[in-house]
Design a protein around this ligand. Structure first.
Ligand code: FES
Length: 78
């Protein structure tokens, strides 16, 4: 999903807890996408866990977490 600033966010849910990650790759800012149980960057092959942690570079750092909450059945920025 896109937020109000045009950022692409990846929303995951685990045990009723929502986690939102900024899909911007920490390497050179391509947009990562879900690929099975991991997140894949199409540009240079970085892979991330669903938590945002790096599995495989060249990404130098984890994806950024974005604080969200559910209000009236909608996910909104916290
Ligand atoms: Fe994602 Fe390079 S921009 S791996």
């Amino acid at each position: 999903v896109k937020d109000s600033t045009g950022r692409t966010l990846l929303i995951t849910q685990s045990g009723g807890k929502l986690t939102a990650l900024d899909a911007t790759c920490t390497h050179m800012a391509c947009t990562v996408a879900p690929d099975g149980s991991k997140l894949q960057c199409p540009c240079h092959g970085s892979q991330y866990q669903l938590t945002g942690a790096v599995i495989q570079g060249p990404a130098p750092a984890a994806l950024h977490n974005v604080a969200v909450k559910v209000t009236s059945g909608q996910v909104v920025l916290a």
